[in-house]
Unconditional design. Structure first.
Length: 642
C-alpha cells in the first residue's frame, strides 16, 4: 500500500535545495532538443523510429531517462483487424484461434504532444500504444464464421508481482542514475484510474510510489482546481473505496443495530480488497491526473515507469542524490488549506442534506441555501441561541487544526453576521472554539476566540493574551455589555457586529505573535516570548492534532451558563500558514468583491442600465472617470476597475 506522507507538490521548475539534476521537457518556452527530434519540422512524427519504436534519451548529470514509444498494430478499417500489419506465427497451445505474432510489419506514427492543465504544460507521447508484456493475434470472425486472413491483436498486461514480465511494446520510460537517490517525475495521465507502476527491471516487481498533483474534478470550495498532497491523493481513494463502509458505520453509531458485526466485517473486507487493487491508482475514475511521481532508486539499476493499459505523459524530472522518496517528501510540510462555503447535497443513502466537507450542525442550527435577492452569500450556517451552553453549534472535521506542526503558523478566517440579534444576546458568545472532546470547557487542550475580541490558548503551555502582552498595552473589547468595560487592562471600542451586516474575522498565530483582524484591519495584537508560562502559543501547533472537537458558535469556551452564539457563518478558511494583511483583504475581495462599498454604506445595485455607451458609474449610480478605482458598472456590466 502507499504510505500516507504529507508533501507540498512543487512545480518542476521550483527546485528544492538538495536537487542534484534537473531536466525539463520545456523551458523558457522552448522544447528540449531531445523532444524536437520527434517534433518540429517532422510535424510531431518520429523521425528516429526503429522497429516500430521511438527512443528519446534525456540526460541531466548523474541521471538518465529513456522514453520508449512504440505503437500496437492498427486496426484495418475494412475488416476491423490488423491483418496487413501482423505476420502470424505458430498457434498458441490451449487457446483457440490464437497465434503468436512473428513480427509487426507496420506501426502507427509516433509523436509528442502537449496538454495544458492547471497552468502547467505537459509534453507527452501520443499515438504510441499501450504497454503490453505480450501480444498475440486472434483470428476475426463474422456471423460465427472465421474470416480467412483477418486478425486482431490481443494483449497480456503487466502484474505488480512481475510474474507476467515487462512491457515489450507501447509507451514506457526507463530511469537510471549513477548514484543512489530519489526521482521526482512530472507526469500527465489521461486516464487516472489506470494503474501506474514504478518497476525495478531487475526483479520486475512494482514498488511504492508517491503521487501528488491535480485530479480532474477535485476542486476547492470555490471551484478552483485543488493541488493535492500525497496524503490527499490517497484520501481521495479512501473516500471512494470505503464510502459504503463508512456510511454503514455511521448508521450504526446513530442507530445501533442497523447492521450486524458480520455485515460490517464483510463490507470492510470487500473494501480492503478493493484498496489493494487501487494502491497503484493515482487518479480517480476516468479522469485526468497531472502532477508528480516520487520514488527511490539504487545506483546503476534500471526502473521503468508506465501505466497498466494506457499512456503516461512525461514533462521532466528532478534527481536527488543520496535522498529517499520518503525523506524528500516528508521534509516538506503541505500547504494545507481547508475551505468550505457550507453548501450541501442530498445523501443518496440517508436522504439527508449534508455538507461536502463534513461539517455537522449540532442542535437546532442549520445550513442555509438561499437565492434571496441581494443576499451576500447564497450558502451559510445559521446558529441559534438555545437555553444553555454547548447546545447549538457547527462541528468541523476533527483534523482541521492538525497541520501546523512543522510550519508553526495558523490562520483561521470566516465571515460572520449577527443579523436578527442584539449585542446583549451574544456578549460572551465565542466565535470559534476547539477541545479534545465534547463538553470539556476550561481544560487542556483548548483554543477559544471570543466574538468581543479576546482569545485564549491552552495547549501544552498557555497564553491568555493579556493587556500587558497587547500592542498598545490594552486588549480592545468589541461589545459594550462586556464585564471588561470597567477594567484598566481593556479598552472598550464598540460593537462591531451591531449593524447586523456580514463582517470578516481573521485570527493569525505564530510562536510569538497572535493577531485578530476585523474586516481586514488589525484590532488586537499580542507579542509574547513564546517560552515563559503564560506566553506560550507553540502548543497550539505541536498539539493541534489533539484538538478534535472544533466548533463554530456554541458556548464551548466556559463552564458558565452563557447562551450559544446566534451568528451566521460563511466562507470558512483554515491554513497552516500566516496570512498577511494584504492577503486577508485579497481573500475578502475573492469572497465578496463589493465588500468595501458594502461596509461604507454605498447603495448596492445589481445592474445599472446606463444609456451612454462606454460611460462608467460607481455602485451608487454616479458617473465617474477612468481613474476611479473599485467596483464600477460599464455598459451594464459590473467589474473591478483597477
Amino acid at each position: 500500500m502507499k504510505k500516507t506522507i504529507t508533501l507540498i507538490a512543487l512545480a518542476i521548475s521550483a527546485i528544492s535545495a538538495n536537487a542534484q539534476d534537473v531536466y525539463n521537457a520545456i523551458a523558457d518556452g522552448k522544447l528540449a532538443p531531445e523532444f524536437a527530434a520527434v517534433s518540429g519540422e517532422s510535424g510531431g512524427v518520429a523521425n528516429n523510429t526503429t522497429d516500430g519504436k521511438s527512443i528519446v534519451v534525456m540526460k541531466a548529470g548523474k541521471a538518465t531517462v529513456t522514453g520508449v514509444g512504440g505503437t500496437t498494430p492498427a486496426n484495418d478499417p475494412d475488416i476491423g483487424g490488423a491483418a496487413q500489419q501482423i505476420t502470424i506465427g505458430a498457434p498458441v497451445e490451449g487457446l483457440e484461434n490464437t497465434y503468436y505474432i512473428q513480427s509487426v510489419n507496420a506501426w502507427n506514427d509516433v509523436s509528442w504532444g502537449m496538454k495544458n492543465q492547471g497552468d502547467i504544460d505537459f509534453w507527452y507521447v501520443t499515438g504510441t500504444g499501450n504497454p503490453y508484456v505480450e501480444m498475440y493475434a486472434v483470428q476475426n470472425s463474422k456471423d460465427g464464421e472465421l474470416i480467412e486472413g483477418s486478425y486482431k491483436a490481443d494483449y497480456v498486461y503487466y502484474e505488480p508481482d512481475g510474474s507476467k514480465g515487462m512491457p515489450i511494446t507501447g509507451l514506457y520510460y526507463k530511469f537510471t542514475a549513477t548514484e543512489k537517490g530519489a526521482f521526482k517525475v512530472k507526469v500527465w495521465a489521461n486516464k487516472g484510474n489506470r494503474k501506474t507502476f514504478v518497476v525495478n527491471a531487475k526483479d520486475m516487481k512494482a514498488q511504492p510510489l508517491y503521487a501528488s498533483g491535480y485530479i480532474n474534478g477535485v476542486n476547492d470550495a470555490d471551484g478552483k482546481k485543488k493541488l493535492l498532497t500525497v496524503e490527499q491523493v490517497d484520501s481521495v481513494h479512501h473516500v471512494y473505496i470505503y464510502d459504503a463502509y463508512d456510511k454503514m458505520v455511521k448508521a450504526n453509531e446513530e442507530n445501533p443495530g442497523t447492521y450486524t458485526e458480520e455485515e460490517l466485517a464483510a463490507k470492510k473486507a470487500e473494501c480492503d480488497a478493493m484498496a489493494v487493487e487501487r494502491q497503484y491508482v493515482i487518479g480517480n475514475g476516468n479522469q485526468n491526473f497531472w502532477g508528480w511521481l516520487t520514488f527511490d532508486i539504487e545506483a546503476g539499476e534500471e526502473y521503468w515507469v508506465f501505466q497498466h493499459s494506457s499512456q503516461i505523459g512525461f514533462g521532466g524530472f528532478e534527481f536527488h542524490e543520496g535522498k529517499t522518496a520518503e525523506e524528500l517528501i516528508s521534509g516538506i510540510e503541505a500547504a494545507y488549506v481547508y475551505t468550505t462555503n457550507f453548501s450541501t447535497y442530498e445523501d443518496d443513502v440517508t436522504g439527508e442534506r449534508v455538507t461536502w466537507k463534513g461539517e455537522k450542525a449540532v442542535g437546532d442550527g442549520q445550513f442555509v441555501s438561499t437565492e434571496e435577492e441581494g443576499a451576500v452569500f447564497g450558502d451559510y450556517y445559521q446558529n441559534v441561541i438555545g437555553n444553555g451552553p454547548r447546545q447549538n453549534y457547527c462541528l468541523l472535521p476533527e483534523d482541521v487544526l492538525a497541520h501546523s506542526q512543522k510550519t508553526h503558523e495558523l490562520t483561521i478566517a470566516f465571515w460572520v453576521s449577527a443579523e436578527g440579534f442584539t449585542p446583549d444576546q451574544y456578549t460572551y458568545a465565542p466565535l470559534f472554539t476547539a477541545y479534545a472532546q465534547k463538553n470539556t470547557p476550561n481544560t487542556w487542550p483548548m483554543l477559544a476566540m471570543q466574538s468581543r475580541g479576546p482569545i485564549q490558548v491552552n495547549c501544552s503551555g498557555w497564553c491568555d493574551f493579556t493587556g500587558a502582552q497587547a500592542v498598545g498595552g490594552k486588549v480592545n473589547i468589541y461589545n459594550s455589555n462586556a464585564w471588561e468595560a470597567g477594567d484598566a487592562a481593556f479598552n472598550l471600542v464598540g460593537n462591531w457586529l451591531e449593524d447586523q451586516k456580514w463582517h470578516y474575522f481573521t485570527a493569525v498565530f505564530t510562536d510569538t505573535n497572535a493577531s485578530i483582524y476585523m474586516d481586514g484591519e488589525v484590532k488586537n495584537e499580542w507579542n509574547v516570548d513564546g517560552v515563559t508560562e503564560g506566553q506560550i502559543i507553540s502548543g497550539l501547533f505541536d498539539h493541534g492534532e489533539d484538538l478534535k472537537y472544533v466548533c463554530l458558535g456554541g458556548n464551548q469556551a466556559w463552564d458558565w451558563n452563557d447562551l450559544d452564539s446566534p451568528f451566521r457563518f460563511a466562507r470558512l478558511m483554515i491554513k497552516n500558514s500566516k496570512m498577511t494583511q494584504g492577503e486577508i483583504k485579497a481573500q475578502m475581495t475573492a469572497d465578496f468583491p463589493e465588500w468595501e462599498n458594502y461596509f461604507t454604506g454605498v447603495e448596492m445595485v445589481k445592474v445599472y442600465n446606463n444609456t451612454s455607451n462606454g460611460a462608467i458609474y460607481n455602485l451608487a449610480g454616479q458617473r465617474v472617470n477612468e481613474s476611479y478605482k473599485g467596483i464600477v458598472i460599464k455598459d451594464g456590466k459590473k467589474m473591478i476597475n483597477k
